[in-house]
Design a protein around this ligand. Sequence first.
Ligand code: SF4
Length: 294
Amino acid sequence: MALRQLSDYKGSELVTKILAIVDREQPLHVSLVGGDPMVRYRELEELLPQLDARGVHTQIVTSAFRVIPPSWKEYKRLNIVVSIDGLQPEHDERRKPATYERILKNTADAKITIHSTITGNIASRPGYLEEFLRFWSARPQINKVWFSLFTPQVGAEGPEILSSEQRVFVAQELLRLRTLYPILDMAEGLIKEILSPPESPADCIFALTTGTISADLQTRITPCQFGGEPDCSQCGCIASMGLAAVGHHRVLGPLTAGHLFHASAKVGRSMKRVRSKFSKTSEPESQPFRILPN
Ligand code: SF4
């Protein structure tokens, strides 16, 4: 099914339905991603205080085509992530009307994180990432910069896909740049994960700990946020790499946090199977949402 075939919601109905999911699933973190969530700007004004009151960390991923309200800086658990496709000439070409000029204007009084996806085209240009970091480091509204690497679907071809040499080059470049540009918020362990991504969704802690729900607020996107059949061996998603790095953290001797996670997930799955055997529905009933005081 294509995204355009899904019905989506607006206004209070959208807010109500999202809060019902949050109250049912009890997530630690919610990401609102595009299209562009800022299209539903009024609904966000209603939703953000409710998510904040629930103690949920929230991320809005936007092109910043519209002004980010300065008042949103008050939400300590909110992260505004602006997607930028490289330096100005490449970005403006692809993202018009959300051009560099407009991003700078619309984020002038906000605090934002920049996220950029490195493609094969970018990786082949020496000095590109450093120029990007130099430009954004000089802007006071930027909290941090994140990079992901383009993740293809299995069997896909095209200039966006990085070769294995380019992946090694990018990892080395990021390891060098993180010491020069503190704004680059990528730990050494995370960057090294780029060179050995999870083998499959079953090995990916990120895919196992997140749920992605489409615009109809029902359809699940699997096995991870990329949908379809993503090529894990070429994954470059910063979130996946971050959790993989946590998973490889040694807890005791050869025992890693990942070993504990996978053992715990196995127990959880068994418990779920047992529970669903004794209940009529496998999914919990949708609860009405609650309005919490700010
Ligand atoms: S996030 Fe990356 S590694 Fe994890 S399932 Fe998706 S493509 Fe595979």
